[in-house]
Design a protein around this ligand. Structure first.
Ligand SMILES: [Zn+2]
Length: 153
């Protein structure tokens, strides 16, 4: 793996992250620590690269099925009206996809492109996030992406 020692995502992957909900040899998905939105998942490759143009064939081929399972899990867990998925990589130039449930109670100003203005603080309750992560892990463990390459988290 070609990791960048100055990259926050590469550095975080070297530490234990209690909010990991899925991991295999290529990808890690975790619950976001930013914002108080429950069910906000971030999918990132283990290898440091900027965007999908730099993905290997195996990374590209596994990306779709993993995204499908993560979006399905978010829908099942938090029952949002929409699930936003986007990648920007402006703050940390390591490919990562934001998977953000949009509830029916989210103020209109934060809907659609407005989600980018949603406040980062306060964060969600640690107990609520940990409980949700446990439920995500249980669901993803029995999903189609939990094959031979999946690792227990
Ligand atoms: Zn990185």
């Amino acid at each position: 793996m070609t990791n960048d020692s100055s990259c926050l995502i590469c550095l975080r992957q070297q530490s234990t992250d209690l909010h990991t909900v899925f991991e295999n040899e290529l990808w890690i998905a975790r619950h976001s620590r930013e914002t108080n939105i429950l069910g906000y998942i971030v999918l990132e490759p283990k290898r440091h690269f900027l965007d999908l143009a730099a993905a290997t064939d195996e990374e590209a081929q596994t990306f779709g099925p993993i995204m499908r399972e993560l979006v399905s899990a978010v829908k099942a867990m938090v029952k949002p009206e929409r699930v936003y998925t986007f990648t920007l990589a402006e703050v940390v130039p390591h490919f990562h996809v934001h998977i953000v449930p949009r509830s029916d109670t989210l103020p209109r100003a934060y809907r659609g492109r407005g989600i980018l203005s949603y406040p980062l603080q306060p964060g969600a309750s640690e107990a609520l996030v940990e409980g949700l992560c446990t439920a995500f892990r249980r669901r993803l463990k029995t999903s189609s992406i939990s094959g031979a390459h999946a690792r227990p988290v």
